[in-house]
Design a protein around this ligand. Structure first.
Ligand code: ADP
Ligand code: MG
Length: 249
């Protein structure tokens, strides 16, 4: 209850190590994210970006280290995990909407089941959020009737419906046709401006420059470099970051 007032970072990873069998996929990760901060994570394919996101909300377990959300250590399992996990929203590359539920139902499902909100309250809030991401008029349709960009905006509304403390975005625009990328990035940019705490894995460097407080560059399971976007893009310190940027910019 005091967590709203608590100081300290909202997300804190300390000495995190994770292996998939022999593969040391996250190596000595220390990362501290403040309230309202927007952290963009970039790095080559296979560098551990998705795994990092998935460990933050415990879709993946870690073998060493500690993850705290708003000061509370992430539990291994059970009710406490469900509660802490619902503080961490997630938006995936592939939208992951429920195909057989309407857009409105997709947004109200978790609040009614996990948060035990009444149907009326959940629907009112869902309509408000759908309005905010610009798809209010699609509320009664099914996901397949919407464009990719619209579906991803619904996925963002669905995450917001749980009032998360932080939202993780894992390459949210990578599966979209080019003309739909900006409508999703625009929603994310306004969220960032409104003070949402966000971790965003993306190759959209325009978004990083516009919205990020910090860019974290990963390679081989490590955080190789972290800096504000201006510094990172104009004067990357490591050869690996320079090499990566030369390929994507
Ligand atoms: P990125 O998102 O940066 O592309 P990932 O976090 O998806 O990287 O993957 C990091 C490494 O871990 C890759 O070598 C990938 O093949 C491996 N990996 C990811 N998920 C699994 C898994 N469930 N089992 C085994 N290896 C995995
Ligand atoms: Mg990935």
């Amino acid at each position: 209850m005091t967590s709203q007032l608590a100081g300290g970072p909202l997300v804190q990873l300390t000495g995190v190590n994770k292996w998939f069998g022999e593969l040391h996929v996250l190596q000595d990760i220390d990362l501290s994210i403040d309230r309202g901060e927007v952290v963009v994570v970039i790095g080559p394919s296979g560098s551990g970006k998705s795994t990092l996101c998935r460990t933050i909300n415990r879709l993946e377990s870690i073998q060493q280290g500690e993850i705290r959300i708003d000061g509370e250590k992430l539990p291994e399992e059970g009710k406490a995990l469900a509660r802490l996990r619902s503080d961490v929203g997630m938006v995936f590359q592939s939208f992951n909407l429920f195909a057989h539920k309407t857009i409105l139902e997709n947004v109200t499902l978790a609040p009614t089941r996990v948060r035990r909100q009444g149907k009326g309250q959940a629907e009112a809030r869902a309509r408000e959020l759908l309005e905010r991401v610009g798809v209010a008029h699609q509320a009664d349709k099914y996901p397949a009737q919407l464009s990719g960009g619209q579906q991803q905006r619904v996925a963002i509304a669905r995450a917001l419906a749980m009032d998360p403390k932080v939202i993780l975005f894992d390459e949210p625009t990578s599966a979209l046709d080019p003309e739909m990328i900006n409508e999703v990035l625009d929603v994310m940019t306004s969220l960032a401006r409104e003070g949402m705490t966000m971790v965003v894995v993306t190759h959209e460097m325009g978004f990083a420059r516009r919205a990020a407080n910090r860019v974290v560059f990963m390679d081989g399971g490590r955080i190789v470099e972290a800096a504000d976007p201006e510094t990172f893009f104009t004067a990357p310190r490591s050869d690996r970051a320079r090499d990566f940027l030369s390929k994507i910019l």
